[in-house]
Ligand binder design. Structure first.
Ligand SMILES: Nc1ncnc2c1ncn2[C@@H]1O[C@H](COP(=O)(O)OP(=O)(O)OP(=O)(O)O)[C@@H](O)[C@H]1O
Length: 268
């Protein structure tokens, strides 16, 4: 048995949900930015929406096991995540594109993705093919030998998506992946998302409600650290038949937040 990995982590696990949170609380600095969240997610593409400061990035960081929960239950692929969990094996099955990420500008795109594949403990002999496939999936195969510092903002984002998918994760977390992508790339990205969601639990945080309707199987709406709505994109569109906003989906989003806040004021 490999040193440092417990038998419990190596044992096959069965689970109903790839991600399960019950009364989850997560701190951002000293603030409880996720405050009593109940949420279960399986395979599919889950669009995480919410106003600025809703707690989306804080939740993504907890799902990526970057921050540990301050309370409640968090289970990823059936493994509990808490202060004392051994997360090394679990992290091999997670892909994460943070909102902001650093890289060595002198690395080529291929070296950058290879390095992350190595950190994710992808077996060495699988790395070249895995990297090539990830670069092809984000449309960067032609730029594999370019240095990271020579890429445009949108291309850096695509390199970030490539590193997140290079280990074929079972949970894929993408924090605002479409920022800086041109319209053609956004369309290509939507179809990549749909493809990935067939066998993976994909969580995509975004402010683009239209992207969620076009590419997601589920909508998760948060406000002030709590779950406001979890349903299908069609439910959001249906709710937005009337109200303020340029599209039905945006109106549905606004209407859900309005109802949630009005209910909060009544109970306060
Ligand atoms: N390091 C920190 N220290 C203190 N407070 C923080 C820290 N990071 C985030 N917060 C606060 O936690 C709350 C949730 O922030 P978070 O970044 O998770 O929201 P978000 O939904 O991702 O927002 P956005 O849409 O603007 O990216 C906000 O009120 C924010 O000000």
């Amino acid at each position: 048995m490999r040193k440092g990995i417990s038998a419990a982590l190596l044992a096959p696990t069965t689970y109903a949900w790839a991600i399960r949170a019950v009364e989850l609380r997560v701190r951002a600095g000293r603030r409880l930015a996720v405050d009593g969240l109940d949420l279960s997610m399986g395979n599919g593409v889950h669009g995480l929406l919410g106003p600025n400061g809703a707690g989306k990035t804080t939740l993504m960081r907890a799902l990526a096991t970057v921050s540990r929960p301050a309370g409640g239950v968090l289970e990823l692929l059936g493994h509990p995540v808490h202060a004392r969990s051994d997360l090394r094996t679990l992290r091999r099955s997670i892909g994460y594109l943070p909102q902001e990420f650093g890289f060595y500008g002198r690395f080529t795109v291929r070296e950058f993705v290879e390095y992350l594949a190595w950190l994710k403990e992808v077996p060495a002999h699988d790395i070249p093919d895995a990297v090539q496939r990830a670069l092809e999936r984000v449309g960067l195969a032609e730029r594999g030998d370019s240095r990271m510092k020579t890429l445009s903002g949108g291309m850096v984002r695509r390199a970030g998506i490539a590193q997140a998918i290079v280990n074929d994760p079972e949970i894929l977390l993408l924090d605002e992946p479409t920022v800086g992508l041109d319209p053609e790339q956004r369309l290509a990205f939507r179809s990549l998302l749909r493809e990935l969601g067939e066998h993976t639990c994909v969580v995509v945080s975004t402010h683009l409600v239209e992207d969620v309707v076009a590419a997601c199987t589920n909508v998760v709406l948060m406000d002030a650290g709590r779950l406001v709505f979890h349903g299908g994109p069609a439910d959001l569109v249906e709710l937005g038949r009337e109200g303020v906003g340029d599209s039905s989906a945006e109106r549905g989003y606004t209407e859900l937040l309005r109802r949630h806040r009005a209910a909060g004021e009544r109970t306060a």
